[in-house]
Design a protein around this ligand. Structure first.
Ligand code: GDP
Length: 387
């Protein structure tokens, strides 16, 4: 049960809805009298059946990955996109064994693939994703992994794709995210929808005392600068963006294939920056060249906190640099905005310009052809069919 969406702000063809909260994780016994959004179980199953959940993983603890997979409702296809090391220890082989044993027990549908499998490099040669290849293989980076997940979901005919990080220590959170995705798509009734999750609190397990923050450090800076940039452009102040760095988000495949993507840790904020650039800035309402319909972006706050791996200050500075680079080098990067970005980065000891995002276009790809090629020749892609 979710609050009914009431307020949204329109930016050209994009409607960004203000944050709404999960009110009840389960509506068991609900009689239907509240002013809320609920969905019956059959409808949720229908949406879950058409959703693939992509789990990007890079050298995470196997038990954590297992917990996240166990949280994904049975009818959704799970796509594990791994960038884990192959040597000196083959951690990918362990992940494949894990997935095989999960399938043996549950018979759920699950695919596992390796991002640096040279077969992907082969299959993407000559396509618009050729930029993603370096030395014959797909570059490492979370965004690049997510793109392979999108292509796989599209090739298998899924209508919706959701992402859930593998470094999530609470399977209950991952379960709630998946349920929010299904409900969000149902609620949106739109071909071009995106659901972004805001966690109520976030903590790192490695700390001796867990401190639950309401907002992550990178997200709060990226959000304040993105909101500032939008406010300057529109000349109406806004604080609508509350999920700039949300790794937990989902979108319709129709939208995923039309928009542009970025690599590495720039990926999440770039999704918003790209849509704003393509479908709002300098355009009349309804003139978005890639999508004629409205694009609806929902931001939904879960009940479970987000407890994930501790990575240290260097990782935070790196993420911030890539995140702010997406705004800095966009049409939103007016002088005042650039100045704020430079100041924010200086606090993290970064004096250079943030990096320009690497931009990937999926629009001319034929996912089915790409996947057919990959599955037929790769010995590293494992597809376990649902039974
Ligand atoms: P944070 O949680 O946002 O601080 O970022 P993380 O470094 O924890 O990464 C988020 C998720 O992406 C985790 O599940 C990682 O295992 C995964 N990940 C990070 N880098 C890569 C990559 O290059 N490729 C893939 N496939 N996954 C990655």
């Amino acid at each position: 049960m979710i609050e009914s969406p009431r307020k949204f702000e329109g930016f050209g063809s994009i409607n960004i809805f203000d944050l709404i909260r999960v009110l009840e994780i389960d509506t068991l016994g609900y009689k239907g009298f509240g002013e809320v959004f609920t969905a019956n179980k059959d409808l949720l199953i229908d949406y879950a059946t058409r959703t693939a959940i992509v789990i990007p993983v890079k050298d995470e603890e196997l038990l954590t990955l297992e917990g996240v997979i166990s949280a994904i409702p049975h009818v959704s296809l799970v796509i594990v996109v791994s960038a884990s090391s192959r040597e000196p220890v083959d951690r990918y082989a362990d992940e494949v064994d894990l997935v095989r044993s999960i399938h043996r027990n549950t018979r759920r549908g699950i695919i596992i693939l390796h991002q640096q499998d040279p077969v992907w490099g082969e299959a993407l040669k000559g396509t618009s994703l050729e930029k993603m290849i370096s030395g014959g293989k797909v570059r490492s980076g979370k965004g690049e992994g997510m793109i392979l997940g999108i292509l796989t979901a599209a090739a298998f005919g899924y209508k919706y794709v959701g992402f859930i990080d593998s470094d999530n220590y609470v399977p209950g959170s991952a379960y709630e995210y998946a349920m929010i995705y299904y409900s969000g798509f149902l609620m949106s009734e739109s071909k071009y929808a995106m659901i972004r999750i805001k966690w109520p609190y976030k903590g790192k397990l490695a700390s001796s005392d867990i401190y639950l923050r309401k907002r992550g450090r990178v997200s709060s800076i990226t959000e304040s600068i993105l909101n500032y940039a939008l406010s300057l452009y529109r000349k109406y102040e806004t604080d609508i963006i509350k999920t700039a760095n949300s790794g937990e988000h989902a979108l319709t495949i129709d939208l995923a294939l039309k928009m542009k993507w970025s690599g590495g840790f720039a990926v999440e904020p770039y999704e918003l920056v790209n849509l704003i650039e393509m479908c709002y800035l300098g355009l009349e309402d309804g003139d978005c060249p890639i999508i004629s319909d409205k694009i609806k972006i929902y931001q939904i706050e879960s009940r479970n906190p987000h407890i994930h791996a501790e990575r240290g200050d260097e990782h935070i500075a790196d993420m911030l640099n890539f995140s702010l680079g997406t705004i800095y080098h966009s049409k939103l990067g007016l002088d005042q905005v650039k100045e704020r970005i430079r100041k924010a980065l200086e606090e993290y000891g970064i004096r250079d310009e943030p990096p320009r995002p690497r931009i990937y276009d999926l629009s001319d790809l034929e996912p089915t052809k790409v996947l057919e090629k990959i599955i037929s020749i790769s010995s590293d892609v494992h597809y376990f069919e649902p039974k």
